[in-house]
Ligand binder design. Structure first.
Ligand SMILES: [Zn+2]
Length: 153
């Protein structure tokens, strides 16, 4: 698995480290029976515009998942963010969201966009949808979602 590097608005750089991508890519919806997976992205803001993602939470047992939906109910997502926050000396925090789609080249659904606009904080938040052959990357800044492109894909 490779890290992901992308350019974000205002000359920023997004780095998603390989260990975070390997968790997400291991949950691709390859089989027709695979249901959606989702979690949060944990990382840090560096300077004004750079974001480094170091981890991703996996789905938990009480999360509810179907082929086309995911309801993140498990408290372990929030708990993982809190424990990263404390163990990193208040540097690592909640920097984004990821989920899977059962399509080769995923794009956000109108429900995805609506949910992000409604629930995400104003600061830059990384959005990743993992499809079967590639992923879609975006960033939300003050509730405006913009798609961004990898350097290396
Ligand atoms: Zn979606």
């Amino acid at each position: 698995m490779l890290e992901v590097i992308a350019k974000i608005p205002n000359e920023g750089i997004l780095l998603i480290e390989a260990q975070a991508m390997s968790i997400i890519e291991s949950l691709k919806q390859i089989s027709t029976l695979d249901t959606e997976s989702a979690g949060v992205l944990i990382g840090e803001y560096r300077g004004n515009h750079h974001i480094r993602v170091v981890g991703a939470t996996r789905p938990g047992q009480i999360d509810r998942s179907t082929r086309f939906s995911f309801d993140r109910r498990s408290p372990h997502h929030q708990n993982s963010v809190l424990s990263a926050w404390h163990s990193s000396g208040k540097i690592q925090t909640w920097v984004g969201e990821w989920h899977t789609h059962p399509e080769d080249y995923p794009i956000p659904s109108s429900i995805d966009i609506h949910e992000w606009e409604k629930t995400l904080p104003a600061r830059p938040m990384v959005l990743l949808i993992q499809g079967r052959k590639s992923h879609w990357l975006g960033i939300s800044i003050r509730s405006v979602v913009t798609s961004i492109t990898d350097y290396l894909s």
